[in-house]
Design a protein around this ligand. Structure first.
Ligand SMILES: Nc1ncnc2c1ncn2[C@@H]1O[C@H](COP(=O)(O)OP(=O)(O)OP(=O)(O)O)[C@@H](O)[C@H]1O
Ligand SMILES: [Mg+2]
Length: 269
């Protein structure tokens, strides 16, 4: 059993562009951390097409919608997946974080904050897009992971996410994950250049966490509704995922951010 001496760290995964592999990443990183005994909560922030439950092979009885309507508590809405892993599912096809009014958003922040002693880690899998509801939620995390491919259509959206988070919420540090690479050296070259330009223009720090290859077995793991890391524990792709866990563990969470930050009356930003 993990003691509660660790305070909860909230990590957000966003992308701008859709379909770049956020949900795959969150489901696998969450499973890895849970295997290490870290109490981990996955929050499906994609309320239009929430697929985290599908990826994890669970059918949640409740979703966060019932929490916002006051029918059940957030704690009751959480679906256990394994000893250390839980899911706060989204009500697929209802409304998105982007459509939540400010009161509901605060209600949710408070409810999540209340869970702090229950979890070591909370991972938020955001919907794509740059709506304010998404960015506000993303901004409330301690660590910010931006997911992109090395194609311009994707990294320009990654740039836009970092621009909003840095300019509107003063977030200065980002972890970048590159997915679906067909040529590692080429992706590395492109993304290093991207980081150089973005760092200079936005006055942010970007750590390139990992470049993942195009991996056809990933869609197989979705079909089987099992995390990739369970199906292929010794695959190089799994090793890369473990490395991300390690890098994020080593990188201390920014102190001035986190959920509490948003209770301050500076919300009009
Ligand atoms: N590295 C990869 N190589 C090949 N396919 C991948 C890779 N990463 C993800 N995929 C596949 O791409 C599709 C989209 O992945 P995923 O749902 O994780 O993306 P997402 O960013 O969460 O999408 P959305 O924006 O719709 O929420 C899935 O079919 C998944 O199996
Ligand atoms: Mg997704």
């Amino acid at each position: 059993m993990m003691s509660h001496e660790f305070s909860t760290k909230v990590i957000s995964f966003s992308s701008g562009k859709g379909g770049v592999g956020k949900t795959s990443l969150v489901s696998n990183l969450g499973s890895l951390w849970a295997q290490q005994g870290k109490k981990t909560l996955l929050i499906d922030g994609d309320w239009h097409l929430g697929k985290l439950g599908i990826a994890m092979g669970v059918r949640p009885q409740w979703t966060v919608e019932k929490v916002l309507s006051g029918t059940i508590t957030l704690k009751d809405a959480i679906t256990p997946i394994s000893d250390s892993l839980s899911l706060l599912a989204s009500p697929s096809g209802i409304l998105g974080f982007e459509e939540l009014d400010e009161t509901s958003r605060h209600q949710l922040f408070y409810a999540i904050e209340d869970l702090h002693n229950e979890f070591d880690l909370i991972l938020i899998d955001h919907s794509s897009g740059l709506h304010q509801g998404v960015t506000t939620f993303a901004a409330a995390a301690h660590q910010h992971v931006v997911v992109t491919t090395s194609e311009p259509t994707s990294y320009t959206d990654a740039y836009a996410v970092m621009k909003i988070l840095s300019q509107r919420y003063s977030i200065r540090e980002f972890g970048l994950v590159v997915t679906m690479s067909h040529d590692h050296a080429e992706s590395q070259r492109i993304m290093e250049r991207f980081i150089e330009i973005t760092t200079a223009q936005l006055n942010v720090k970007i750590k390139l966490l990992e470049i993942f290859p195009w991996e056809p077995k990933l869609s197989l793991s979705i079909i089987k509704q099992r995390p990739f890391i369970d199906l292929y524990p010794r695959d190089p792709f799994t090793r890369k995922l473990s490395l991300i866990c390690k890098k994020l563990d080593e990188n201390p969470a920014a102190r001035n951010h986190g959920l509490q930050f948003f209770y301050a009356p500076a919300l009009g930003r």
